[in-house]
Design a protein around this ligand. Sequence first.
Ligand SMILES: *Cc1c(COP(=O)(O)O)cnc(C)c1O
Length: 220
Amino acid sequence: MSEIKEKLEALKSELPANVKLVAVSKYKPVEMIIETYETGLRDFGENYVQELVEKYEQMPKDTNWHFIGHLQTNKVKYIAPFVSLIHSVDSFKLLKEINKQAAKNDRVIECLLQIFIAEEDTKTGMDISELKDILKSEELKNLKNIKIVGLMGMSTFTDNIAQVRNEFKKLKACFDQYKDHITDNIELMEVSMGMSGDYNLAIEEGSTMVRVGSAIFGNR
Ligand SMILES: *Cc1c(COP(=O)(O)O)cnc(C)c1O
């Protein structure tokens, strides 16, 4: 068995049945993604629009593409025809543009709102008051071509486990606060948190979706 397949099998055996695995393939060649695809995995995460579009064109069409990086409004149009889930929606402006491009493609695009949970100021996302404003806004009701299906967060890059755990708790608390706020285009079901270094912790704190790159594909 190849190294990728071994790592993937080990990882899958650790994940509870309710936790989805998104294999983060940024900077990795299509050959490696295909190897992973052949094990049955269909969900792949990418951070850069151009790289995602190139890989989309080369991979089988039943691949589910997750966009997990910072998304500029002027680039939404390139991924709108095919993206499965956008994890990194960090403003209402971006959400409106996704809605517009989704409408042009006659589809509904599922989105996660990225919440700022880390102490580092390098990580992006909205704060809890912005989340509330968006979920309660009148204008959101008109966005028929997006659906908000959960929240995403990234913890601080640190060895301090207590701190990371707290950050994940913060995201799960946000999720719990709004999970019963269900409308035509809001139904929070996913908590996307946990990467190669902290997915076990994230799962303990209620993650439903882990985004794992280097633990599958090796260091970038
Ligand atoms: C790169 C990246 C990941 C995967 O990181 P690893 O540490 O390689 O598992 C997950 N989420 C986001 C948002 C990323 O940018």
